[in-house]
Design a protein around this ligand. Structure first.
Ligand SMILES: NC(=O)c1ccc[n+]([C@@H]2O[C@H](COP(=O)([O-])OP(=O)(O)OC[C@H]3O[C@@H](n4cnc5c(N)ncnc54)[C@H](O)[C@@H]3O)[C@@H](O)[C@H]2O)c1
Ligand SMILES: O=C(O)CC[C@@H](O)C(=O)O
Length: 530
């Protein structure tokens, strides 16, 4: 079998693939049309971030069985298109965490002591001792936005430098943060208190432009901002204005909303108090060797033995089990994702009950799929069908499964009660026919909905005119509604409405919907398409 490596991969990975008996071609830097011409010859494709695995490329990939990403980010892979063609997509989410955290610390030190600016000045023949007065890190406060794997390592390194550490991460339980010596605070408090702020969240619909004008205005005037996570999390225009207006003292970015970028595309590059690197967060020989080894072993294992590790689109179960519980895996993932997008607070306990015919099946993969669905909206590519239970455990989440033969109104029922720091949420689903997942109960609302694609969930009073007002508001903004399901709670005169929309509703439009009469709340959802 043949594997194509189309980006720069550490030679350690090539050796593993060859030693496993695979034929390897390493051709980094191919143009999309060149890649399309040859992709049909390969069973495996190993990439980093440069190769774009589009639906168009996959059309020509007749023999392709697996795409392996050496690293975390899968923004360059069309995962639904790969799933449709039965191509497994896998990544290596933990291999470069230490290196990425060290990069954030390097940025913090460089900013503090003006190292890039002083280097440039000396190379230009100057000796400007007075211009580059720095400041110590000892005793200062580092604010970490997103205290996951990389944020946690960055915090521990900062503690080693005698800094205080605080963090904002609404999905991380307080006790977990306290265990690593980090105080959890809200975003505005973090902005108010921190002398340095480092960002380690993935790009999601919640984190896009999370750090914008209000945040920078709330920062101390002598504070510095560092983002080595994902382009788009920080609003670059707002950061530019904050640096020019003196709202903050300095900033460092490793990641940009459009990459590669230049001064023309990103005016930040022209500012003296701004330093940057071209997405080098994972670029150490150690991290590249780590991710290359991990992905090479995973790809070889799958091609030669059929075993799946760290796959984001295929559960790690045998074909027999998959044939039996496949539709429930889809249902479980859908319910998990729905919970995380609609409920507030850190998850503490999950009780999953399987009833009816479902109780006789091997439901362990369905629970894993629920957890993967739960974490994907907040962790994106860092969660997969293998590590989802480990992430739950690491976050102190109790997962309890139970089975019961009686399923009342349906042949099979998956019922999940999720307890969070702010309340609880009950989601009940079933599968109609062979493969038609449905949400049939959401807390006290009974309904029959297919949560799929971009959606709007509305909580409203059950009075005339609400649906008309909603339709007009969305229609005026050019948003088409393709499907609508209403759930009713008669005693309280409350409704919920699930609207499927052709595109994801913007924050501005969501705000307008929330202001409509008789609407109590509204939430934008983004689910896998079924
Ligand atoms: N610059 C680079 O080269 C480079 C290298 C590796 C990773 N990364 C990126 O770094 C980011 C973090 O990676 P990781 O491995 O630490 O991920 P992780 O999944 O371990 O941690 C992410 C954390 O962000 C938190 N989070 C999610 N939504 C949030 C929100 N709205 N507000 C606050 N916190 C939120 C999660 O709860 C989680 O704790 C990812 O985007 C990853 O792709 C960049
Ligand atoms: O340089 C790379 O491979 C990107 C690193 C990082 O952003 C990742 O997604 O793992």
């Amino acid at each position: 079998m043949k594997v194509l490596i189309s980006d720069n991969l550490s030679p350690a990975g090539v050796k593993i693939l060859e030693a496993a008996g695979l034929e390897v071609d390493s051709i980094p830097g191919l143009k999309p049309e060149e890649l399309k011409k040859i992709i049909g010859n390969y069973e495996g494709l190993v990439i980093r971030s440069a190769t774009k695995v589009t639906a168009d490329l996959l059309e020509a990939a007749h023999r392709l069985k697996v795409v392996g990403r050496a690293g975390i980010g899968l923004d360059n892979v069309d995962i639904p298109a790969a799933s449709q063609k039965g191509i497994v997509v896998m990544n290596a989410p933990s291999g470069n965490a230490t290196t990425a955290a060290e990069h954030a610390i390097a940025m913090m030190m460089s900013l503090s002591r003006n190292i890039p600016q002083a280097t440039a000045s000396m190379k230009a023949g100057k000796w400007e001792k007075k211009s580059f007065m720095g400041r110590e890190l000892t005793g200062k406060t580092l604010g970490v936005v997103g205290i996951g794997r990389i944020g946690g390592i960055a915090a521990s390194r900062a503690q080693g430098l005698k800094m205080k550490t605080i963090a904002y991460d609404p999905h991380m339980p307080k006790e977990m943060a306290e265990k690593i010596g980090v105080e959890l605070v809200d975003l505005l408090e973090l902005a108010n208190r921190a002398d340095y702020i480092t960002v380690h969240v993935p790009l999601t619909k919640e984190t896009r432009n999370l750090l914008s004008t209000d945040f920078f205005k709330a920062m101390k005037k002598d504070a510095m901002f560092i983002d080595c996570a994902r382009g788009g999390v920080c609003d670059e225009q707002a950061l530019y204005e904050a640096l020019v207006d003196g709202e903050i003292a300095g900033a460092a970015l490793d990641v940009f909303s459009s990459e590669p970028t230049t001064l023309e595309g990103c005016p930040l590059l022209g500012l003296k108090n701004f330093i940057c690197t071209p997405h080098l967060g994972a670029s150490t020989s150690e991290a590249q060797e780590n991710v290359a080894l991990i992905i090479a072993e995973q790809v070889a294992d799958y091609l030669l033995r059929g075993s799946v590790t760290n796959a984001v689109n295929v559960p790690s179960v045998s074909a027999d089990v998959l044939a039996q519980v496949g539709p429930y895996i889809t249902l479980g993932e859908m319910l998990g994702s729905l919970h995380m997008q609609m409920a507030k607070g850190g998850v503490q306990t999950i009780n999953i009950e399987y009833s009816g015919q479902l109780a006789d099946l091997n439901t362990a993969p369905v629970t894993v799929a629920f957890l993967k669905g739960l974490f994907t909206p907040i962790l994106q590519d860092a969660v997969n069908y293998v590590n989802a239970p480990v992430i739950a455990k690491d976050r102190g989440i109790r997962v309890v499964e139970s089975k019961s033969e009686k399923a009342h109104d349906f042949n099979n029922v998956l019922s999940a009660k999720v307890v969070t720091t702010e309340g609880e949420n009950i989601l009940v689903g079933t599968v109609f026919g062979k493969n038609e997942p449905r949400l049939v109960r959401l807390n006290s609302f009974r309904l029959e909905a297919l949560p799929s694609g971009p959606m709007l969930l509305v909580y409203n009073k059950d009075v005339p005119g609400v649906i008309g007002a909603l339709g007009t508001t969305l229609g005026t903004a050019g948003v088409n509604i393709s499907r609508m399901t209403v759930g009713r709670e008669e005693e309280s005169n409350q409704n919920i409405i699930f609207l499927s929309t052709d595109e994801l509703i913007s924050r501005e439009l969501l705000a307008k919907v929330r202001e409509l009469e008789h609407i109590d709340d509204a939430v934008v959802l983004e689910l896998n398409r079924f």
